[in-house]
Design a protein around this ligand. Structure first.
Ligand code: ZN
Length: 185
């Protein structure tokens, strides 16, 4: 087990619990990381974000070495995001309305005020061998990016900020879904 600083651990626990309680991940889905020079703290593979304890957090170094549990399978992507953006925290979750929209577009443009104000637009990346580079490159200029049919990656100065963009995306996507269902009825 690694010694995670108390403030960082509390942020992992509170943001993880919120993601689960807001139904933005399943019981064992998603992952979170916080930059820590050199490297980062990241949730272990298959951990329950709603019930995080210190034993679920890995310390990963830039050479790929890690301490603690087996780090998330998304570790390379988190590394790439930190390498190319100024982010200090990354959240990956599975917001259902946003995922539903991702199947049919390359870019989601929120129609609601909050979404337009904060997100402007949300690019959709297709799954493939270059998805990590594409997501990281887009997160240089965007706050959140969708991976088609899978989920969203949000960056922030803190996990709280990344949670904000993730929840803003899902709110906008749900509003869009309601508008579309009204149009059809
Ligand atoms: Zn996922």
């Amino acid at each position: 087990m690694v010694n995670v600083p108390a403030g960082v651990m509390r942020e992992f626990q509170e943001v993880g619990r919120d993601l689960y309680q807001l139904a933005l991940v399943t019981s064992h889905g998603g992952n979170l990381s916080v930059r820590e020079q050199p490297g980062m703290w990241i949730t272990g593979t298959g951990t329950m974000l709603g019930r995080l304890a210190e034993r679920h957090i890995s310390r990963v170094f830039p050479d790929g070495r890690s301490e603690g549990p087996q780090p998330s399978s998304d570790t390379v992507l988190h590394h790439t995001i930190y390498a190319v953006t100024g982010a200090n925290a990354v959240v990956h979750a599975h917001p259902r309305h946003a995922i539903a929209l991702s199947f049919e577009t390359d870019k989601f443009v929120p129609g609601d005020f909050e979404g337009q104000l904060h997100l402007t637009d949300v690019p959709v990346v297709a799954a493939g061998p270059r998805q990590s580079e594409q997501i990281a490159a887009l997160l240089e200029s965007r706050l959140v990016v969708l991976l088609r049919g899978h989920g969203a990656y949000a960056r922030g100065k803190t996990l709280w900020e990344a949670l904000h963009w993730l929840t803003a995306l899902e709110e906008s996507a749900q509003i869009e879904a309601i508008r579309r269902s009204r149009r059809q009825s």
